[in-house]
Design a protein around this ligand. Structure first.
Ligand SMILES: Cc1ncc(COP(=O)(O)O)c(C=O)c1O
Length: 394
């Protein structure tokens, strides 16, 4: 949801003459940290870049293992490989799209350095159980909160925003498919002041003095490069857009919730379909309304094609990293005994992940969507599923 305010903010950044990471990024970071309740927020070029730095900041390096769901956008697992560590894939639970904490113990290896959890499509994962397990084992939790801006959890005392953070750090995405966008971009939040400083260094080539500080200082300063860093900066044009987007966020969330409620009401008890549900301790931002087909004979692609033919755009749910060609030769692990002897694109230990990949469909949900459109989607979806079901039963 972008409008004239974003155009004006981007224009002002351009005309200010300062277009790379500078004061507008700093302002956006401040506002973002306040919104999620974190002590620090570090803007980066993408969530993927953020995950790479967050894992590095958690001490993940060559030879380490990281427990992670396979059922996630490919960038989640990729970020572990960037650190030359090994992803140990943990299955999701049977009744949702998030990691099943009861499998962490069997997936655990002596080399496990961190747990990378995902708040998939905005739905908070079971942080309480995961944090308890991580504390017992003495490892850090990094949250892939790419989709979860505005989502909330209640860990016992009160509702808190995802990104507070509850683990060591949390990483957000501002890709246009997300609830808040800066075109592309990301944010890492943390309460660890030392980590905050290292992240700032790493995202900017390991440079000891920021561009802004050098520019503003009356005396000449020479910078050092104290660590091998990266160019993971966000531009000030993006930062300016992000600040405007934040002011829209509560309205966007309200509208998404209202559309999701309508979907929930209309799709409750429909034969052949399961709708997502919020556990009592979670509030999603409804970034994506992901329904599941319950009858294996009803082909996901056929349903999507028929909806497409009726003018309704859907997306398949999420991929499983272990099934992608890029992971064919990657030495990933799973919760099977002594690793896993399953085929590379099928793993018996990741049954619910593979099932979710094959069965889930993301329905249209966006600010400005009319209630009539929701009714039309539901009517067409129900008719499509029931027609296919009848055909395959014949
Ligand atoms: C769960 C998850 N993690 C990471 C990413 C990567 O985000 P970005 O495109 O900002 O790098 C995405 C993007 O869709 C995502 O959904």
């Amino acid at each position: 949801l972008l409008g004239q305010e974003e155009v004006q903010a981007a224009g002002e950044a351009i005309l200010s003459g300062w277009v790379t990471q500078g004061p507008r990024v700093a302002q956006f970071e401040k506002e973002f940290a306040k919104f999620v309740g974190a002590q620090h927020a570090v803007a980066v070029s993408s969530c993927t870049a953020g995950l790479h730095l967050a894992l590095k900041g958690a001490g993940v390096g060559e030879g380490d293992d990281v427990l992670v769901p396979s059922y996630s956008f490919i960038a989640t697992a990729n970020s572990i490989l960037y650190c030359r560590a090994r992803p140990i894939f943990v299955d999701i639970s049977s009744d949702g799209f998030n990691l099943d904490p009861s499998l962490l113990e069997v997936a655990w290896t002596p080399k496990t350095k961190a747990i990378l959890v995902v708040h998939q499509v905005g739905m908070p994962c079971d942080l309480k159980s995961i944090l308890k397990f991580a504390a017992r084992k003495g490892v850090k939790v990094v949250e892939d909160a790419a989709c979860a801006i505005g989502s909330e959890v209640n860990l016992g005392a009160c509702w808190e925003k995802i990104g507070k953070p509850h683990g060591h750090s949390a990483c957000f995405s501002f890709h246009p498919r997300k609830v808040l966008t800066t075109g592309d971009g990301g944010m890492i939040t943390t309460n660890d002041t030392q980590l905050d400083q290292r992240l700032r260094l790493w995202r900017h080539h390991g440079m000891s003095v920021s561009d802004v500080a050098r520019h503003r200082n009356q005396e000449i300063i020479f910078e050092d490069y104290t660590d091998v860093g990266y160019n993971y900066r966000m531009t000030d044009i993006q930062g300016a857009i992000g600040s405007v987007q934040l002011t829209r966020l509560s309205g966007i969330l309200k509208e998404r919730r209202s559309l999701a409620r309508l979907y929930e009401q209309l799709l409750a008890d429909v034969d052949g379909l399961l709708v997502p549900h919020e556990p009592s301790w979670a509030r999603t931002n409804w970034q994506t309304f992901l329904v599941s087909l319950t009858d294996d004979r009803v082909d996901q692609r056929a349903v999507m094609q028929q909806l497409r033919d009726a003018g309704i755009s859907t997306r398949r749910g999420i991929m499983c990293a272990h099934r992608e060609p890029a992971y064919r030769d990657v030495a990933w692990g799973c919760s099977g005994p002594n690793g896993c002897d399953c085929g590379r694109s099928h793993c018996a230990q990741l049954l619910f992940s593979e099932r979710a990949q094959q069965r889930s469909i993301a329905l249209p949900l966006f600010p400005g969507m009319s209630r009539e459109d929701v009714h039309y989607v539901v009517k067409t979806l129900c008719k499509t599923v029931s027609t296919i079901q009848t055909e395959v039963t014949k």
